[in-house]
Design a protein around this ligand. Structure first.
Ligand code: AMP
Length: 143
């Protein structure tokens, strides 16, 4: 039995996502592990401080749909089936913590920009994921 059987890779749908996905697919194939592809859509209200007097439901639905379509394209391209694709709404770090428990994964893979100095103080998603996930975390260096 391999050391990791169920792996969750979290991607942000930027042009950097394939760098993280490529590594995750290689690792999961090499170990014969199940791979779950996850993306977290941030609530539109966050961008406006949550107090804009406007119904943002439609915009949120459009963002959710766009994210699902993009994830589905990656799924087709990288051979990850529909049932192993997850899109949720919330703060990326907390959602990745929650999903890793809910899905009972034994490894979480995220991208990392290798920030230094002041940027490091501001934090990153990879940092947030590391400090709160109970299973192992692999940070793929993004170039
Ligand atoms: P960042 O620190 O925001 O530059 O993101 C680094 C890594 O965190 C990305 O390569 C992804 O692995 C993960 N990540 C960031 N945002 C999200 C998101 N919205 N959904 C899923 N994963 C994310």
């Amino acid at each position: 039995m391999s050391i990791y059987q169920k792996i969750l890779v979290a991607i942000d749908l930027t042009e950097e996502a394939p760098q993280v996905l490529n590594k995750a697919v290689e690792v999961s194939k090499a170990l014969g592990a199940q791979l779950i592809l996850a993306h977290v859509v941030e609530p539109v209200g966050y961008a406006y401080g949550g107090d804009i007097p406007m119904d943002l439901t439609e915009l949120q639905d459009q963002l959710d749909k766009a994210a699902k379509d993009q994830l589905s394209q990656y799924g087709d391209q990288y051979g990850v089936s529909k049932e192993n694709q997850v899109v949720t709404v919330g703060r990326p770090e907390s959602e990745i913590h929650r999903l890793s428990k809910e899905q009972d994964v034994d490894l979480v893979i995220v991208g990392s920009h290798g920030r230094k100095g002041f940027q490091l103080l501001l934090g990153s998603t990879a940092n947030g994921v590391l400090h709160g996930t109970v299973c192992d975390v692999l940070a793929v260096r993004i170039h």
